[in-house]
Design a protein around this ligand. Sequence first.
Ligand SMILES: [Zn+2]
Length: 247
Amino acid sequence: MFDIIKEWREQRILDNSDYTHEDWQQAAARIAILDRLGDDELSHLFDLATLFLAEKSITGAQGFEVTDAVKQSIALQACLPILNLSLEWYEGWSSVIIYRGSYKSQQTSMDEYGIVHEGSQHRSGEAWLRGPVILSWQDAQHSGERDGHNVVIHEFVHKLDMMNGRANGFPPMHPDMDAARWTEIMARDFEDFQTHRKSGLDRYGATNPAEFFAVLSEVFFETPQKLVDAYPDIYDIMVKFFRQTPL
Ligand SMILES: [Zn+2]
């Protein structure tokens, strides 16, 4: 019964969307990492992004104007990690706040991964436990260019990680996944990364296990071969977690 109501509600949102399929195609064409998706996957991503925009408010901070292009870019990249999961992975919070450039956070301390943020003084993004995602558009607009950096994916992966509490690099596992194997591989490779540089992997990932998961997820979607070269087992468990094979 509730599924029927949910489906009906979602269909109504999709039918009344501000954006046409062509609008979404144009927005997607500006994000290089979406090239690998087939037509069916892209259509599904457009539907998810439409529902995402209906559920979340995207607001500009300090006078930043949130245009359609900004909304579409954020929605498409936010929904890429959940393309084969569901929008339910982003439940429990409602807003995305966007600054024009890097910003000074009001928050002065990191409460043991409850609030996860990038950059100490000037920040490019934050994800708050049960709170907003905050992004710098200057950084977000250069995401998706296949350079291994993607602040949008990074922050939204923190959100996936927070589905079972504070971000710690251990998101909820699917029933067909082995939680012990995830922990073993992540712990082993995180320890390795703390002492070894890896080509194409941002050192920020050595900060803590939550950042390791978020940084490597950026690489998974942006430059997957770099992840396979550095940590093949992590690529494998991420394929199982995201249910995608970007390579
Ligand atoms: Zn982070």
